[in-house]
Design a protein around this ligand. Structure first.
Ligand code: PMP
Length: 290
């Protein structure tokens, strides 16, 4: 039996869950989404993800025909139907079916679907030995044009960056802002450790305020590791003691090489390993039970 997908209020076989070619999510990337994880029967930071989804939707004036509580229940039902205790959940709300023009008023009802499946982003080796990233030519979208807090279905900016990294023989791309400051990676936020302080770009660098990023800032506070938001250059990265990426799918992924420069000792650092351990603990203790 295949996976069950939540599709507009019903649980259907994955093969039956199909969107219309007139759906504006497909035609224009007009929609919003979230990626969520569950660990041992707990949905990690579910409320935060649902809040962010509704904020993205509010900004693009997309009405979600479910209350937040109903949405939370729909996520839990989807997980239960698939008997998954450790899952990656993709929650998608599109503008819905319209005509071939842009006008969102022509789309009467949002399309909602929830997929609960597995995801492996980086191989296990990355978490043991660290990964290499490379700066790509495509800058992160200018936030004045498209605010990165809107987690929209249009990820072409990030996909172009990913393609450029892959073309250069690297799995992940470092994206800079249009002004040349460090922004983020294609689906992850970035941190460095400098003189014992954890430093990460501020939201005005044009980044998504990641939920994992927020967790790491909180965990660092508890571990008495000082944290600062600061505009960073590639020079700052090259000369950092440690570097790592954070994201729902990636969790905390150590970075040991950037643009051919070795970072610190060239292996996952002490603060990184500590935060990875603390994060693992957090995923086992906090979340919506199902
Ligand atoms: N930046 C971008 C562009 C992302 O798409 C994501 C995750 N989807 C992140 C950062 C990390 O955010 P989170 O920790 O909330 O998954």
């Amino acid at each position: 039996m295949g996976l069950k997908v939540y599709f507009n209020g019903k649980l259907v076989d994955a093969s039956e869950a199909r969107v219309s070619v007139y759906d504006h999510g497909l035609l224009y990337g007009d929609g919003v989404f979230e990626g969520i994880r569950s660990y041992d029967g707990l949905v990690f930071k579910l409320r935060e993800h649902v809040d962010r989804l509704y904020e993205s939707a509010h900004t693009i004036m997309l009405k979600i025909p479910l209350s937040k509580e109903e949405m939370i229940r729909a996520v839990v039902e989807t997980l239960k139907a698939n008997r998954l205790t450790n899952a990656y959940i993709r929650l998608v709300v599109t503008r819905g079916v319209g005509d071939l023009g842009l006008d969102p008023r022509k789309c009467e009802k949002a399309t909602i679907f929830i997929i609960a499946d597995k995801i492996v982003l980086y191989p296990q080796r990355v978490y043991k030995e660290g990964m290499e990233i490379i700066t790509v030519p495509t800058p992160r979208n200018v936030p004045e044009a498209l605010n990165p807090q809107i987690k929209s279905l249009n990820y072409l900016n990030n996909i172009l960056a990913k393609i450029e990294a892959i073309n250069s023989g690297c799995e992940e791309a470092l994206m800079l802002s249009a002004h040349g400051y460090v922004a983020e990676c294609t689906g992850d936020n970035i941190f460095i450790v400098r003189k014992g302080t954890l430093v990460t770009p501020p939201p005005y660098a044009g980044i998504l305020k990641g939920i994992t990023r927020g967790c790491v800032i909180e965990l660092a506070g508890k571990a008495r590791i000082p944290v600062r938001e600061e505009m960073l250059t590639r020079h700052d990265l090259f000369n950092a003691e440690e570097c790592f990426l954070t994201g729902t799918a990636a969790e905390i992924a150590p970075v040991v090489r950037i643009d051919g420069r070795m970072i610190g000792a060239g292996r996952p650092g002490k603060a990184t390993l500590r935060l990875m351990r603390d994060f693992r603990g957090l995923t086992k203790s906090a979340g919506v039970k199902y």
